[in-house]
Every structure is written in structure tokens, then in C-alpha cells.
Design a protein around this ligand. Structure first.
Ligand SMILES: Nc1nc2c(ncn2[C@@H]2O[C@H](COP(=O)(O)OP(=O)(O)OP(=O)(O)O)[C@@H](O)[C@H]2O)c(=O)[nH]1
Ligand SMILES: [Mg+2]
Length: 313
């Protein structure tokens, strides 16, 4: 077994950090490393926390973190920012947080940005989750800024998803992207000290009434994370949802769906790599590009020709 993986399984933090860096940088031995990590995964419960920039996700995670630790569980935190080119804990706020918790062996915090993650941020996030799972963390909190499709993809890797809204900031419930509403298992209305909180809660409830979900109606929790308020209720609802997921076998369903997606992705990745390897070996791509750009060839025929050449079609 790779030394790094061995150290990870022994609980070495530096090994965990280095493994995640290797994943982000798409090192050639990445697949082999993940293969060794995989048998040791499947024990962590993954909670996704998403919301608009500045809605209070980090403050919320910090409060929640303390509650979870008090219950004796260990926590891994992955702060994903699709808008940031920084990774590896370079996001300033997160670095300060890391110092706060540096002495607690039960906590591991990691930031991930777009830099380095050649295979896509949602993919490297998923792989980082596997590392922290094998590392032995009981709960993994994945914090993502809600800005686009990327965070919806990232959230798909969570067992429970929390959507954080605020009374202020114009993210009134009607203006929210449908995708975000669909993925919420729990709604948090944070900054409930600001005016308009009650209205936001009412709006969410009206929307939930219209959906008329029978199996699990997402609860709406009000929090003031700067005053550590509402955390008992949030942690309780998280445990309720986890219980629901396990009892109803939804957890298995969700995890199967995830594995299906990963398997498809992996197959496509391997096929793509293999094709391009052969293409690069045997074909002058630049010649084709020249011909296309001068309108002597169209890209559709060129692609077909290319695949015929390597006996793929
Ligand atoms: N009034 C009030 N302010 C809050 C509350 N929670 C967080 N804030 C403030 O909101 C600001 C943003 O908080 P963060 O926790 O950094 O928010 P975030 O969602 O992690 O932000 P990004 O990671 O930049 O998207 C900070 O200045 C917090 O102090 C709250 O409950 N009430
Ligand atoms: Mg944050």
C-alpha cells in the first residue's frame, strides 16, 4: 500500500492534506491512490451546506461544528468556493478558522478553489470527501457558495443538504433558482436578527405547501449564527433527516445514484483518455485545425474521420 494512504489510515493529518493536494493537482498516481482509499470509505455522513455569498454559511458551520464535537463525533470540513482560484486553505477567512480549531484532532478543515482541480471542482470535492471518510471523520460538512450549476453538482454528493437563506440580500424565495429549492432537505433562515425573517420563513412554508411533499417535508430552522442561536434545533433536524434517510432506505438509493454517476463518469474519462492518446499518437490535429479554419473541411466530418482513422467508428 502507498505510504501516504497508510499514514492516512493511521490518522496522520499531513497525509490527509497531502492526499487532497495530490487529488487537486491530478497527479498521475491519483487513480491508484483513490483505489486504495476506497475500501475504507462509506462510514462518514456527508452534509452539504449551500447558500448565497455572505449568507453566513461559515459562521453556521463553526457553531454546528462545536455542537457536533460536544456529541463526541469527529468532523471534516470542506469549504468549496467555485469563484475562488485559491485552494489548500489559502482562503483567508478559512485559514483563520483553521487556526481556531488547529488543536482539536477531531476536526479537519480544508478549502478548495478552482485552481488545480483539472478534473473539475465537483469531482475533486467528491474525492476529497473520500479521503476524509477514510481518515475516519464521522461527519463531513461541505460548505459551498451558491452561485451556479457547480454548487448543485457538488451538493449532489451530500446525504443531507442544507440551504441557507437570509431575510436580507434580496434572495427572496421567489428569485431562488429552482435547482436550489429542489435539493434542500432542510432550510435555514440565518440572520434571523434582521427584519423580514418571519416573512422569509412564511414564504418558504407556502412554497413547501404547494409542493406537498409526503415523505419528507423540509423543516425551516431559524438561526442567528453570530449569537449561536438555533443550533440545537438545526443539529436535531439534521439527525432527524439522517434517521429518515436510513429508515426509509433513501440513503441507499441516494448513494446508489451517486455511484452510478461516478461509474459513468469514470468510464467516460477512461474512454476519452484512451481515444485522445491514440489520436495524438497517430494524427496531426493541427493539420485538421488548419483545414477547418480555412473552410476546406468541416469539424463534423473531421471528427468522424479522426475516429475512423483510429478504428473507433
Ligand atoms: N446579523 C447577522 N450577521 C451574521 C449572521 N451570521 C453571519 N453574519 C455575518 O455575515 C457575514 C458573512 O458571514 P459568513 O459566515 O462569512 O458567510 P458565508 O456564507 O460563509 O460567506 P462566503 O463564504 O463569503 O459566501 C459576516 O460578517 C458575519 O458576521 C447572523 O446570524 N446575523
Ligand atoms: Mg464562507
Amino acid at each position: 500500500m502507498d505510504q501516504l494512504v497508510k499514514e492516512l489510515l493511521q490518522g496522520n493529518r499531513r497525509a490527509a492534506a497531502r492526499l487532497i493536494s495530490n487529488i487537486e493537482n491530478d497527479v498521475p498516481e491519483k487513480r491508484a491512490l483513490l483505489q486504495e482509499v476506497f475500501p475504507h470509505t462509506g462510514n462518514a455522513y456527508v452534509i452539504g451546506i449551500t447558500g448565497a455569498p455572505g449568507s453566513g454559511k461559515s459562521s453556521l458551520v463553526d457553531c454546528l461544528l462545536k455542537k457536533i464535537r460536544r456529541d463526541g463525533l469527529t468532523v471534516g470540513i470542506i469549504a468549496v468556493d467555485p469563484t475562488s482560484p485559491f485552494s489548500g486553505g489559502a482562503i483567508l477567512g478559512d485559514r483563520i478558522r483553521m487556526q481556531d480549531h488547529a488543536l482539536d484532532e477531531g476536526i479537519f478543515i480544508r478549502s478548495m478553489g478552482t485552481r488545480g482541480s483539472l478534473g473539475g471542482l465537483s469531482r475533486s470535492t467528491r474525492e476529497a470527501i473520500q479521503v476524509l471518510d477514510a481518515f475516519g471523520k464521522d461527519i463531513i460538512l461541505v460548505e459551498t457558495v451558491g452561485v451556479g450549476q457547480s454548487e448543485v453538482d457538488i451538493v449532489k454528493t451530500a446525504d443531507t443538504t442544507v440551504v441557507v437563506l437570509t431575510p436580507a440580500g434580496g434572495d427572496s424565495v421567489q428569485t431562488l433558482k429552482a435547482g436550489i429549492m429542489e435539493i434542500a432537505d432542510i432550510f435555514v433562515v440565518n440572520k434571523a436578527d434582521l427584519s423580514g425573517a418571519e416573512r422569509t420563513i412564511t414564504e418558504i412554508n407556502i412554497m413547501l405547501d404547494m409542493k406537498n411533499e409526503t415523505q419528507w417535508r423540509p423543516p425551516v430552522v431559524r438561526t442567528i449564527s453570530v449569537q449561536n442561536e438555533g443550533m440545537d434545533e438545526l443539529w436535531q433536524e439534521l439527525r432527524n433527516h439522517k434517521h429518515f434517510m436510513k429508515e426509509s432506505e433513501k440513503l441507499l438509493e441516494v448513494r446508489k445514484e451517486r455511484v452510478r454517476r461516478e461509474l459513468t463518469e469514470q468510464v467516460e474519462y477512461l474512454v476519452k483518455n484512451k481515444i485522445w492518446e491514440q489520436v495524438r499518437e497517430g494524427i496531426e490535429i493541427e493539420t485538421l485545425v488548419d483545414r477547418i479554419v480555412h473552410r476546406r473541411l468541416d469539424p463534423y466530418s473531421a471528427a468522424a474521420e479522426l475516429l475512423e482513422e483510429i478504428d473507433f467508428l
